[in-house]
Design a protein around this ligand. Structure first.
Ligand code: ASP
Length: 362
């Protein structure tokens, strides 16, 4: 059974296939109007979401399928203490495919170990958001005509911004990618991504603290919001929340064909008067999200038909099970629910948690 938990669960060729399907859907909407007729999508959203949940909902509706689920944890059995594993076992009896958002990192991975239908990670804590990445890739393809030979600047909260983590992983598989990280010291990209994704794949990566010094060289500026809900210290959030603000004055320094992306919601980091600049691609990006989710649901359901259910087998891919170890991640599902503790060895001889990538607590 194929799931989409992390961007790299699907190969570059499969990403291309999903993007081509999305482009075909855009060109021939009527052809797909009944493509998932009789199929049901369950949206299990344990954490607030507007566009991702509704994007999944409208994607399934446009494929002729139907949707069930919940939009906050309080209205689900989790409020009675049900585990993620049990919830997906139950939901697999009602639905053909599941999209899950959870504040605990690794919850969708746990779900995939117990589900008999495909599970899509719709965002887990500050860890990953692979369907936003597919959205970003489709947008880049449509706006720039390619996914290689690009200089992309990531600006804002690179520490907690899960969309940044997933997109960097995805882009590291293409040729000629240059990454510029624009963040205050406190919100720098997690070092494991810098080391194990950028450095390992020889991606030229630069860290700067102001937008001005790099804007003229960027093909893409990926703006992000400072993730208020992930801060423990409200004062620190207040101090950092307006670290970077993109405005028309700053846009003057950018290339005429640079595009501005943002996973939304926007708070203050892009002023409203940038919206009419043709380079502001963030609302076009939202629409691409629906098309790429249609392509993903369609593809995963097709793969599920072709592959038999394997039963409850954790997909161990080089991970080791050490139930006597503990992950150091504050938001890790393995510290919240009774799950098998899985770790993978890193090149520097350490171990990191398979659910959230944090180090082992010694
Ligand atoms: N919508 C994106 C996410 O769910 C970005 C954000 O919330 O800032 O991660």
């Amino acid at each position: 059974m194929r799931h989409l938990i992390d961007t790299t669960d699907i190969s570059v060729a499969e990403v291309d296939q999903i993007i081509s399907t999305a482009l075909d859907i855009i060109a021939h909407r009527e052809k797909y109007a009944e493509a998932c007729k009789g199929k049901k999508l369950a949206t299990l959203f344990y954490e607030p979401s507007t566009r991702t949940r509704l994007s999944f909902t409208s994607a399934m509706m446009e494929l002729g399928g139907s949707v069930l689920g919940f939009s906050d944890a309080a209205s689900s059995s989790v409020s009675k203490g049900e585990t993620v594993a049990d919830t997906v076992r139950v939901l697999g009896c009602f639905a053909d495919i599941i999209a899950m958002r959870h504040s605990k990192e690794g919850a969708p991975l746990v779900a995939s170990h117990y589900s008999r239908v495909p599970v899509i990670n719709a965002g887990d804590g500050s860890h990953a958001h692979p369907t936003q990445t597919l959205t970003d890739l489709l947008t880049i393809r449509r706006e720039k005509g390619r996914l290689d030979n690009l200089t992309i600047g990531f600006c804002g909260d690179l520490k907690f911004g899960r969309t940044v983590h997933s997109l960097i992983k995805a882009l590291s598989r293409y040729e000629g990618i240059n990454v510029v990280l624009i963040a205050p010291e406190e919100l720098r990209l997690p070092s494991y991504i810098r080391r194990e994704v950028c450095d390992k794949n020889n991606i030229p990566t630069r860290e700067v603290t102001t937008m001005e010094e790099v804007l003229p060289e960027l093909d893409i500026l990926y703006m992000t919001r400072v993730q208020k809900e992930r801060f423990l210290d409200e004062e620190e959030f207040e101090r950092l929340k307006d670290s970077f603000i993109l405005n028309p004055e700053r846009m003057k320094a950018a290339k005429p064909d640079m595009i501005v992306l943002h996973p939304l919601p926007r708070v203050n980091e892009i002023t409203r008067d940038v919206d009419n600049d043709p380079r502001a691609a963030y609302f076009r990006q939202v629409e691409n999200g629906k098309f790429v989710r249609m392509a993903l649901i369609y593809t995963l359901l097709k793969w599920a038909e072709e592959q038999p259910v394997e039963g409850e087998t954790p997909r161990l891919r080089g991970e080791e099970m050490h139930n006597d170890w503990q992950c150091s991640g504050r938001q890790c599902i393995s510290n919240a629910e009774d799950v098998d503790k899985l770790f993978h060895p890193t090149e520097d001889g350490e171990y990191r948690c398979a659910y959230c990538e944090s180090k082992v607590k010694k």
